[in-house]
Ligand binder design. Structure first.
Ligand code: DQA
Length: 207
């Protein structure tokens, strides 16, 4: 999503709060409970909308950090490529930085595509932004791309290694088509860079 699209989604949320107060939720929602945005995008789910009546919910500070298959083996798996830091180390770093940035972290890893999709669905209308390292699913998963299309906030894609220096099949990312930004080849530091970018996009306060 472009910065402009993030801004549009935000203004749409403000409009929706007004619409909700004026005409009620049912009138504004489509049959599946989703709210169409100005360009046909969905900007909020039905369940998210009811929570948006609370002003604080509109400025959610939750960032979902998602990790795909084999990243549970970070630190042990091909350390010459991915380094020696474990995923638990990355999570601890993310939590520390999130505290400084005024963000709250939900940090998850799965080897199962459907689980990652379900977590993205659950993020709709609730989470401010998503940081995702889809690992090998990057190069194969239209399903994860489609799920991310249904998420209304900023998405930053992270790859620990420089995928462009590696095998040709790693050069293609389905997820990049929906990402606000992509961080590649910065090691595990890429997660911190992604969090800082999300903080900037959602207007979180530092310090
Ligand atoms: C990765 C790169 C992918 O190509 C690979 O399948 C991974 C990790 C990275 O972080 O560099 O598992 O996403």
């Amino acid at each position: 999503m472009s910065d402009a699209r993030v801004g549009a989604a935000r203004s749409e949320r403000v409009r929706l709060r007004v619409a909700e107060a004026d005409i009620g939720v049912e009138a504004a929602a489509t049959s599946d409970g989703a709210i169409p945005g100005p360009d046909g995008d969905r900007v909020a789910s039905g369940s998210g909308l009811s929570r948006m009546t609370d002003e604080r919910e509109d400025v959610s500070r939750i960032v979902l950090v998602l990790n795909g298959p084999n990243l549970n083996l970070l630190g042990k798996r091909q350390p010459e490529i991915y380094g020696r830091e474990t995923l638990a180390d990355v999570e601890a770093d993310c939590r520390r930085l999130a505290g400084e940035l005024g963000l709250e972290i939900e940090f998850r890893q799965s080897n199962r595509e459907y689980e990652i999709i379900d977590w993205i669905h659950e993020a709709r209308g609730r989470v401010a932004g998503v940081v995702i390292n889809p690992a090998a699913f990057t190069h194969t998963s239209v399903a994860i791309l489609d799920a991310l299309h249904a998420f209304e906030g900023p998405i930053i894609e992270v790859h620990i290694s420089n995928v462009h220096k590696r095998e040709e099949f790693r050069h293609r990312s389905y997820v990049s088509a929906v990402a606000s930004g992509v961080i590649v080849g910065c090691g595990t530091q890429g997660y911190a860079l992604a969090l800082r970018r999300i903080a900037a996009l959602v207007g979180a306060e530092a310090g």
